[in-house]
Design a protein around this ligand. Structure first.
Ligand code: AHR
Length: 308
């Protein structure tokens, strides 16, 4: 802009588009697809130029993308970190280049919170607690053990760590709740199915509950349960997180008991933050998304209102 300063009138310079570099996790789930769509369409609507990259669930790809945004001198960098740790170096590089960073959806594990401007997204621990509270209520009259299998999200990711923590925090109050197996399904349908097949092979009818850290893994697992000749949501109670349309369809079909909401529609908020940063406004360090929980009984009524 400085080089053009002498050539272009101030009114034209004032209209120069803000440039946002966004390093996305990947396309692992229905949730992520909706998140990408929200970011792309909101950028368009806000008149912000978006440079978008898909890291295919690999941290090194995300780091590369962030470095390229630094080299391109974008106005703001935003990203949803694949895993929680290992970001200090690249975030320091962004800070040294004076490029503000916004964390969306997932947070990073750092003691230095000057490395980012704000973190907007869900409270994953609370989502885990909601799942736990729903289960405790559902099983309140059950006398014997409740054997739970857990499909974890991506190893080392904030939602996998926090959803596990929040759920365990609630169920530990009653020793009848036992997590008998817990393994990652990497937030994908294919992996959710594969791991559930292994759980069923090992424990079969012993399994009373499946807790999946996202809807996609639950949907994959439902297939495995049906192929094993069992009835999902009846023989095995199924709890998952996100509230995507696929989950609502599964609930309406009577195959999923409950989905805890996690909204991917962060685009408008992110674009507002980009503008506010450029206008010199101070943003809160944490912006938490307000969310609900949808048991199968309300799915048909809620379905027409779902936006993702
Ligand atoms: O970080 C949010 C999680 O990532 C969603 O729950 C999951 O579906 C996605 O892949």
């Amino acid at each position: 802009a400085a080089a053009l300063g002498g050539l272009l009138p101030a009114s034209v310079l004032a209209q120069k588009k803000l440039v946002l570099g966004f390093a996305q996790v990947g396309a692992e789930s229905e949730w992520r697809t909706a998140n990408t769509e929200s970011i792309k369409s909101s950028a368009k609507e806000a008149g912000i130029e978006l440079k978008f990259s898909d890291a295919q669930q690999k941290q090194e790809n995300q780091i590369k993308a962030i470095r390229s945004y630094i080299a391109q001198k974008v106005d703001v960098i935003a990203f949803s970190p694949v895993v929680e740790s290992g970001w200090e170096t690249v975030l320091r590089e962004a800070k040294a280049a004076k490029i503000p960073v916004v964390l969306t959806d997932r947070s990073v594990n750092t003691k230095d919170d000057s490395l980012y401007v704000t973190f907007m997204g869900s409270d994953f621990t609370e989502e885990g607690r909601k799942a736990g509270r729903w289960l405790v209520e559902k099983m309140k009259d059950q006398k014997g053990d409740v054997n739970i299998v857990e499909l974890q999200g991506t190893v080392g990711s904030a939602p996998a760590i926090d959803r596990k923590k929040g759920f365990e925090e609630i169920i530990k109050a009653d020793p009848k709740f036992k997590i008998i197996r817990s393994q990652t399904g990497d937030f994908t349908r294919a992996k959710g199915k594969e791991v559930m097949e292994a759980f069923l092979k090992a424990d079969g009818k012993k399994i009373n509950v499946l807790y999946a850290h996202n809807d996609d893994m639950a949907i994959g697992a439902i297939q495995a349960i049906e192929e094993a000749g069992l009835k999902p949501a009846k023989d095995i109670v199924i709890i998952s997180i996100d509230g995507v349309k696929g989950a609502f369809e599964a609930m309406i079909a009577g195959k999923l008991n409950v989905s805890v909401e996690c909204s991917p529609l962060l685009g408008p908020q992110l674009m507002q933050a980009v503008k506010d940063i450029k206008d010199g406004k101070t943003l809160p360090k944490r912006i938490v998304t307000v969310e609900s929980i949808f048991p199968m009984e309300v799915a048909a009524k809620e379905f027409p209102n779902r936006k993702y």
